[in-house]
Write a protein that binds this ligand. Structure first.
Ligand SMILES: Cc1ncc(COP(=O)(O)O)c(C=O)c1O
Length: 462
């Protein structure tokens, strides 16, 4: 019985795919505090210029440097699995496939961009990188990448995850990085928040402010900041996932895929798998492409498309994106990596255009799906990933009702072996859903009131 489709190292994609080149309606530019588009030079204190060039690039394909490929070979190409046991359990006519990104050393898709970002920073002469992390997957991926490439790394970890996931910190330290809980006393942004909310669980927005503040205040100018999601270049680095998946589906004998699913926090693992298929959709293929978020942090399904800051202290430029407002502090769900107030501009524009069909799910349904997956396929998935799996189960059941042989592909974005507190609470029946009250959301959306509004541009084709 054929379960895994693998590629040899020589079959790894040699170029990243940049959806910005193919979007039917162009991305609107990031804006500075005065409301005017920012220039690449304005980003220079935060990111190295070689990554800024990728961020603004309109090239469809960008070569992956050999030295980066040499590091990616440590775990790539990742296998494409056919979820035969899950299919049998659901008695579905659907054929379910997943890209197993959990086989990377830190256990998720995040090192695909961490390695690239660390390498470009090193090449630019940078000595230290700062970053934020939610669940700890991104922080540990960057710690891993910095240790391989030879850079210092400091990670601000959202307080709630720092407490829920202590071993992530140990992983980061094992790879030589420093990890502290955010908000912290080490930055002005952190101290200001602690003065107002001493018991806050923290948020990705706050941790980003702290990491940027530390990077831009290095008097020697040798520190830069790195973001694990949201930005165009980050999503582009992840497209190796979808490009490999295309080759593998072909090898597995599939002529067409009907549904592509990924969980979405800032959008990077979803985009990494989905964007090469979005290209097919733009060129006429009939594919349903679904990013999935938690109902407690309903950025794509309930928030407006607006310009907003990527962080709480408003240090980042204004990005055109679906956003719950930069002050939003999401409920303490276990999928820490999905607790982000915004959504990548490329994913946001894909939604505006109608190319993507977002969905929101509650955490209890997601944990039920994670258990089903663990008891059929054997893998204990990350709480973030469980949102994709729950959606796949919904779609596989629908295919059964309709009697249709659909091909469903999803991103198994990471394992949950260091996220067992959530599983423990679920198994003890203690986990609850946190539907976001409308009044709470409206309160947080007030932060968008005086910000510029992007145009809602679409061709109307989808
Ligand atoms: C395993 C896993 N999946 C998904 C995500 C969500 O991030 P993104 O939307 O950037 O893929 C995270 C973020 O921490 C993660 O750790």
């Amino acid at each position: 019985m054929h379960i895994k489709t693998v590629l040899t190292e020589s079959e790894i994609p040699k170029q990243w795919y940049n959806l910005a080149a193919d979007l039917p309606t162009p991305l609107q530019p990031p804006l500075g505090p005065d409301g005017n588009p920012i220039t690449p030079e304005m980003l220079a204190p935060v990111f190295p210029m070689n990554l800024i060039e990728q961020e603004v690039s309109q090239e469809r394909w960008i070569d992956i440097p050999e030295e980066i490929l040499d590091i990616l070979y440590k775990w790539r190409p990742t296998p494409l699995h056919r979820a035969r046991a899950l299919e049998a359990y659901l008695a579905t006519p659907a054929r379910i496939y997943y890209k197993n990104e959990s086989v990377s050393p830190p256990g998720s898709h995040k090192p695909n961009t961490a390695v690239a970002q660390a390498w470009y920073n090193k090449k630019f002469g940078i000595k230290k990188i700062t970053t934020e992390t939610g669940a700890g997957q991104w922080g540990s991926a960057l710690a891993f990448a910095c240790s391989i490439v030879g850079l210092e790394c400091k990670v601000y970890m959202v307080r709630i995850s720092f407490d829920q996931k202590p071993y992530r910190k140990t992983m980061m330290q094992t790879w030589g990085a420093t990890c502290i809980a955010s908000p912290s006393e080490e930055t002005k942004a952190g101290r200001d928040i602690l003065a107002k909310m001493p018991d806050t669980p923290g948020s990705l927005g706050i941790a980003i402010s702290e990491a940027i503040e530390e990077a831009v205040s290095d008097p020697k100018g040798e520190t830069r900041y790195s973001l694990g999601s949201v930005l165009n270049h980050v999503l582009m680095h992840q497209t190796v996932i979808g490009l490999e998946a295309k080759k593998q589906l072909e090898k597995a004998g599939e002529k067409k895929v009907d549904i592509v699913v990924g969980c979405a926090g800032g959008g990077s693992n979803f985009a990494g798998l989905a964007f090469p298929f979005v290209n097919d959709k733009i060129n006429g293929a009939n594919i349903e492409i679904i990013p999935v978020e938690p109902s407690s942090c309903p950025t794509m399904t309930r928030a407006p498309f607006s310009y907003d800051h990527g962080d709480t202290a408003k240090m980042t430029p204004l990005l055109p994106m679906y956003s719950l407002g930069h002050d939003f502090i999401p409920p303490p769900i276990h999928a820490g990596g999905l607790r982000y107030h915004g959504m990548a501009p490329l994913v946001s524009q894909g939604i505006v255009e109608g190319l993507l069909a977002p969905r929101a799910l509650h955490q209890v349904e997601c944990y039920q799906a994670a258990l089903t997956f663990a008891r059929t396929e054997g893998i204990i998935c990350a709480p973030e990933t469980s949102h994709a799996i729950a959606t796949v189960i919904q779609e596989a059941k629908k295919a059964k009702e309709e009697g249709k042989e659909k091909v469903i592909l999803f991103n198994m974005s990471g394992h949950g072996l260091l996220d067992l507190t959530g599983y423990q609470n679920f198994l003890a029946g203690k986990l609850k859903d946190y539907p976001l009250p409308e009044a709470e959301m409206q309160q947080s959306l007030k932060g968008l009131e005086n910000l510029p509004k992007p145009k809602t541009q679409k061709t109307g084709k989808w």
